[in-house]
Design a protein around this ligand. Structure first.
Ligand SMILES: C[S@@+](CC[C@H](N)C(=O)[O-])C[C@H]1O[C@@H](n2cnc3c(N)ncnc32)[C@H](O)[C@@H]1O
Length: 274
């Protein structure tokens, strides 16, 4: 493996970029083990290993290539990933949160889930859950409060799915959401940008949104959007939308009776930081 020089930090410590000829490459410092997840390149620098983060394969990487200035997973954080498929982007999210972080990866389709499990065997901070992101109650006992939610479920009600999961799992007072939105899948009866504005309005009631970025030419008809809670955005939040009564956000799921952990691995992410 050739060392990927020269690298420069790019917004979050485990994300790196370098100029290669006339284009910019994105890399994540990995916590995983080979083989590659989707044919990405690997490189090493001393003890550290890196993976190329391909904008044509990942909408998050495409967002970076298109100037995404919104939230990104940071070392030590926990993220909930909805629509993990076979692990392409979620493995990079796990790289970004690093060995002290955790990624809960929800995927409802058994076929990609089987491949996701194989990836998780090599990424010790990635916890796969075979479930429906529309029904967060199902994994209430398996997911601890998270710092961020990333969603790429390609469903018409994706913003609603994210808000519902945020009610259950997103830590307060901060917490971020990032969505890859596939506008053609939102229905053709209205113009695609109407769907984008609709999602922005719904999320904007709760989060201070970054500028949404269009993912062309990497992913046709897709946008990346999202933001973080702020004191100001929370002040305008309807009081009726409190947390679900079944979950105390200050209570770690592991502390509750009846908590079921995935049998595949011992879960010990260490003390919570919030
Ligand atoms: C566009 S693919 C995700 C690609 C992936 N995020 C990546 O970048 O590597 C959408 C995935 O969402 C999953 N999905 C769709 N609806 C879902 C739901 N309600 N709950 C969980 N997963 C869902 C699909 O099975 C599919 O694997």
């Amino acid at each position: 493996m050739r060392p990927p020089r020269p690298f420069e930090a790019a917004g979050t410590p485990r994300l790196l970029r370098r100029v290669a000829g006339d284009h910019v490459e994105w890399w994540t410092e990995t916590v995983g083990k080979m083989p590659a997840v989707y044919g990405e390149r690997w490189a090493s620098l001393g003890e550290r290993s890196f993976r190329s983060f391909d904008p044509s394969r990942s909408k998050l990487a495409a967002g970076l290539a298109r100037g995404w200035d919104g939230p990104l997973p940071a070392p030590g954080e926990s993220w909930l990933y909805l629509g993990a498929a076979s692990g392409t982007t979620v493995s990079h999210v796990a790289d970004l949160v690093g060995p002290a972080g955790t990624v809960f990866a929800v995927e409802k389709s058994p076929r990609p889930f089987a491949r996701l499990v194989a990836v998780a065997e090599r990424w010790p901070n990635l916890l796969p859950l075979l479930d429906d992101a529309r029904e967060p109650e199902n994994y209430l006992d398996l997911v601890a409060p998270v710092d961020g939610i990333y969603a790429d479920v390609a469903q018409p009600d994706q913003a609603g799915i994210v808000l519902r999961n945020a009610e259950y799992f997103l830590a307060e007072p901060s917490g971020s959401v990032v969505l890859a939105l596939k506008l053609p899948s939102l229905g053709r009866e209205r113009g695609p940008l109407v769907h984008l504005r609709d999602a922005e309005t719904r999320l904007g009631a709760e989060f201070a949104l970054a500028a949404s970025v269009r993912l062309e030419p990497f992913h046709r008809g897709h946008y990346l959007l999202g933001g973080s809670r702020t004191t100001a955005s929370r002040a305008g939040r309807p009081t009726s939308r409190g947390p679900p009564s079944r979950l105390s956000r200050t209570t770690d799921a592991r502390d509750r009776p009846g908590t079921r952990l995935r049998p595949r691995r011992a879960w010990n992410p260490g003390p919570r930081r919030r």
